[in-house]
Design a protein around this ligand. Structure first.
Ligand code: S3P
Length: 175
């Protein structure tokens, strides 16, 4: 059970939660966007503006294919990563996937004040953002919901996830 993969819409908290979970499990944390930015020495927003979204999706797929052999990591994926090609199936093969489910109002609230630049929502006001998420989330959920586990807001807690993982592997936590 050494690769834990978090999926979900932009702003659902994959990176924040992933860092906490990695600490709890004593795993290494990896953020897909940060890794792609470091590898190509370009910000995601610049990859979008200079090469287009389709190119970014190819880099995301390559990132997944290169992940083979990783051990003891918690990976925060980009919000679109599981929703293109066979990516969700590849992610499900690589590790245990968790969908961090959040409602549209929660996502709007979290994204409207977010600092990370996100090309797909750049410049949108609150009502445009709401409309965008209302339209895209149901489409993306068809992929997110293929994850091994769906975590609702209250279950997005490192101890809960550790308990789930222990149950699956039959390990009794001595703490
Ligand atoms: C995207 C989400 C972003 C990033 C890129 C595209 C998407 O990641 O990969 O801006 O298509 O939903 P976060 O989910 O970490 O914001």
């Amino acid at each position: 059970m050494s690769v834990i993969i978090l999926v979900g819409f932009m702003g659902c908290g994959k990176s924040t939660f992933g860092r906490k979970l990695a600490k709890q499990l004593n795993y290494q944390f990896m953020d897909a966007d940060d890794s792609i930015e470091a590898k190509y020495k370009l910000k995601v927003k610049d990859i979008f503006s200079q090469f287009g979204e389709a190119h970014f999706r190819k880099l995301e797929e390559k990132f997944i294919l290169d992940l083979d052999n990783q051990q003891n990591i918690v990976l925060a994926t980009g919000g679109g990563m599981p929703c293109f090609g066979k990516n969700i199936d590849l992610l499900n093969q690589l590790g245990t996937t968790f969908y961090l489910q959040r409602s549209v109002p929660e996502l709007v609230h979290r994204l409207i004040n977010a600092k990370r630049p996100r090309p797909l929502i750049h410049g949108k006001n609150q009502s445009e953002l709401t409309e965008f998420i209302e339209e895209l989330l149901p489409k993306r959920e068809t992929f997110y919901l293929k994850s091994h586990h769906v975590l609702n807001r209250d279950q997005q807690n490192p101890l809960f996830v550790q308990m789930l993982l222990n149950q699956k592997s039959g390990t009794v936590n001595s703490d």
